[in-house]
Design a protein around this ligand. Sequence first.
Ligand SMILES: Cc1cc2nc3c(=O)[nH]c(=O)nc-3n(C[C@H](O)[C@H](O)[C@H](O)COP(=O)(O)OP(=O)(O)OC[C@H]3O[C@@H](n4cnc5c(N)ncnc54)[C@H](O)[C@@H]3O)c2cc1C
Length: 364
Amino acid sequence: MPRILPVPSPSPRCPAPRPARSVSFPAVTITFADLTTMRIGGPVGALHVATTTPDAVELLRSTDSAEEPLLVMGGGSNLVVGDVGWPGTVVKMASTEFEIVGDRLTVAAGVEWDTVVQTAVAEGLAGIETLSGIPGSAGGTPVQNVGAYGTLTSDVLESLSVYDRETGQVERWLPEQCGFGSHRQSVFKHSDRWVVLDVTMRLRRSGQSNPVNFPAVAQRLGIEVGGTAAPADVRETVIALRREKRMVLDPDDHDTWSVGSFFINPVLEEVPERARECPSQPDVKGTKLHAAWLIEHSGFRRGYGTDWGNGTVALSSRHTLALTNRGGATAADVMKFAAHIRDGVEARFDVRLNPECNLVNCSY
Ligand SMILES: Cc1cc2nc3c(=O)[nH]c(=O)nc-3n(C[C@H](O)[C@H](O)[C@H](O)COP(=O)(O)OP(=O)(O)OC[C@H]3O[C@@H](n4cnc5c(N)ncnc54)[C@H](O)[C@@H]3O)c2cc1C
């Protein structure tokens, strides 16, 4: 029998259940600085919060038929919007439907991702424990095939439903339709045609995690690389490691005012001579280089930036790839700093870094 779980009780990372209808806010009172984890960006034209999947579909249909510019967002943890903001409609996916049937877990796009992991672990389902502590929504995870500590969204995704803005239809897709493959890529990342409405993951009912292939996690757990542990222990270990790297949101810590990794690990068909010493891995599209290594070896150490420009943007003191808002940064400040890092790396290694996050109405 299908089982509908209540949304787990509120915690600092788990907002209280919302009323089961969409909520609209008056224009210009809200900015993207209020809605994103980097806390930058200008005003929102009109914000609609979709608290159920049918509401989301209705809002998407009505916005498109009115031919208003539409921006869909989840938790705002991978989104950088310019200081001009978004003059059109923003639909924030906050749908809360959540269902477990056997070893399958189906969640609406708006459910907070870490609530999904927490609930799976509590319900005895293994497979996503290493994806603990990642901010954002469940619907955001297929967009860049979110991954951490050896697990990718595509490893567990069984299907998802999408709203097709061109046809106005809702469709159920298999993972092979999502365009996963090369590092952090999907069809959703390169087109705003499809909106993810829910995701279904196939997990395992087991007291043992998936094999832990990440040496730092295995070492903390006191197991061999490739060994297993209780999923709850893996989750706790991953969250502890992420906290040390400031990769768990903390409103009091500017090192976490970021979008996670700002730059993507570059995938190149041919690695330039000067970058041959950079650690690399094979990718379906060529060779994947280690962006953090390139940045550090171009002279940008962790924490770099507080003495540069107006000092409002800097590399995190614990994570080279995270560009952080030290307080009062504008999108223009972030773009200037990102260009500075990109140009420094290009001058040193002949490799151009591109953003991993989604830039809207801003560029560098
Ligand atoms: C501290 C920190 C740590 C992070 N660590 C990791 C990590 O370990 N691994 C990792 O992969 N990422 C990481 N990230 C990045 C981020 O958490 C993920 O990319 C997350 O999945 C983004 O989800 P979101 O709901 O916040 O998306 P948003 O930021 O709201 O949106 C991002 C993009 O996805 C689109 N989008 C959002 N929802 C939907 C939807 N339902 N349908 C279609 N398009 C949609 C938006 O239009 C936008 O283009 C981290 C970020 C932060 C701030």
